[in-house]
Design a binder for this molecule. Structure first.
Ligand code: NDP
Length: 375
């Protein structure tokens, strides 16, 4: 097979097509679930760059971000990313298609795409500024896409990419962890029972780390079955009390946020390179509220102040972010096909039930992932 960096080139696209519309769930304005509209006339995705592929969506995974974006979260920042020169008018993102996770089949490849061919089974996490997977087709850059694990169904595969690439970005790129340096490390995951948590537990256990997790009491068996070594119930009282009696940690992944920052950094081993990485950041709120320029300034000032404050105590403070990455998904596929990581699908819905699926995610208390079966 051809590697991602192969120089083999193809002169022509592998197929031509004449469709211009497709079925999709869209929103025409931001709001609650009643803004969702099913249409058979959504625009069929177009390959605009030679490195793009069109994927026929078989299954679409949901994330809390879909609910937030439905309500307008990130709108200012994402519009800027879609239209950097601000040529079009505000509201030009509509009709907007939500859905960040896809598992499906390549239907068409741009002229420069070498690593994929038509009919390849693939999975991907779709960047929030692109049209999503609650549709029959989606267009993506080849570097965002990866061959799907053979051991998983499309429904299972659609439960992994967004949370996995987020956990990868936070733990590997920001946290500095790798399969070779986890063996003696103690890791704390705040919020282990949701999408990011259930993936991160399995990845860290596969890499040999010691994993402590906070979750509700009724999720204890669930997170233990994924390999968690030690569980602390956050519903039994202030969780920082039992946590502070434990041996200190090398890294904390925070999926909860809110008040956690006030005490979590005290649980790290000082002066040893230990890091606190939080996924709950005010980045998009700042730019939504203050505009791009002032929002970025506010964000940089906040994170720099916090990082310096904690560095003075000998621990590192970091913000983690989702980063689309086909190459990370290639590595995750190997772990999945080796049986080290499984998909944790809590509930599935049909294409006609996208509103019900979003409602389920909006209620919270996830135990793994919610997936919509599209075709
Ligand atoms: P989920 O909704 O899948 O999971 C959240 C989980 O946390 C639920 O299982 C919930 O169960 C549990 N929980 C809630 N409150 C607490 C608490 N105080 N302590 C411990 N557990 C708690 O979310 P995801 O895993 O997909 O995402 C986690 C967070 O990360 C979200 O805030 C999300 O917005 C953020 N995120 C940020 C990204 C970024 O780029 N910065 C990317 C992806 C996610 P229960 O309430 O029953 O205990």
């Amino acid at each position: 097979s051809v590697s991602r960096h192969s120089s083999q080139s193809r002169l022509f696209s592998t197929s031509s097509r004449c469709r211009t519309i497709m079925p999709a769930w869209v929103i025409d304005k931001y709001g609650s679930n009643d803004v969702l509209r099913f249409t058979k006339n959504a625009s069929f995705p177009v390959i605009n760059y030679p490195n793009e592929v069109i994927v026929k969506v078989v299954a679409a995974g949901l994330n809390p971000l879909d609910v937030s974006m439905r309500g307008g979260y990130g709108a200012a920042t994402l519009s800027m990313k879609r239209d950097p020169l601000n040529i079009t008018q505000s509201g030009s993102e509509f009709p907007l298609i939500l859905g960040r996770d896809v598992s499906g089949v390549i239907m068409e490849c741009g002229l420069d795409v070498k690593y994929f061919s038509e009919r390849d089974e693939v999975w991907a996490a779709i960047p929030p500024w692109k049209q999503g997977s609650f549709a029959e087709f989606v267009v993506l850059s080849a570097n965002e896409v990866s061959h799907k694990p053979k051991s998983l169904s499309h429904t299972e595969a659609a439960a992994i990419p967004y949370v996995a690439t987020t956990a990868w970005s936070a733990l590997v790129n920001t946290g500095g962890l790798s399969k070779d340096n986890c063996a003696k490390k103690r890791i704390l995951i705040l919020g282990g029972s949701g999408g990011v948590g259930t993936f991160a537990i399995q990845m860290l256990k596969a890499w040999g780390a010691h994993v402590t997790v906070t979750c509700s009491q009724n999720a204890e068996q669930f997170v233990r079955a994924l390999g968690t070594d030690h569980v602390v119930d956050y519903t039994a009282g202030p969780v920082e009390e039992p946590l502070s009696t434990l041996e200190k940690f090398d890294l904390i992944l925070d999926n909860v946020g809110g008040g956690t920052e006030r005490w979590a950094l005290n649980l790290l081993k000082p002066w040893s390179g230990a890091k606190y990485v939080t996924l709950v950041t005010p980045f998009l709120q700042n730019t939504d509220r203050l505009g791009i320029a002032d929002g970025m300034m506010q964000t940089a000032a906040t994170v720099a102040t916090k990082a310096l404050k904690h560095l003075a105590k000998g621990v590192h403070y970091r913000w983690g972010f989702f980063a689309p990455s086909g190459p990370a998904l290639d590595e995750i596929r190997e772990m999945v096909d080796a049986g080290q990581i499984r998909a944790v699908v809590e509930e599935t819905f049909s294409f006609s039930q996208v509103p019900q699926a979003l409602e389920k995610v909006e209620k919270g208390h996830a135990r793994g992932k919610t997936v919509v079966e599209i075709s």
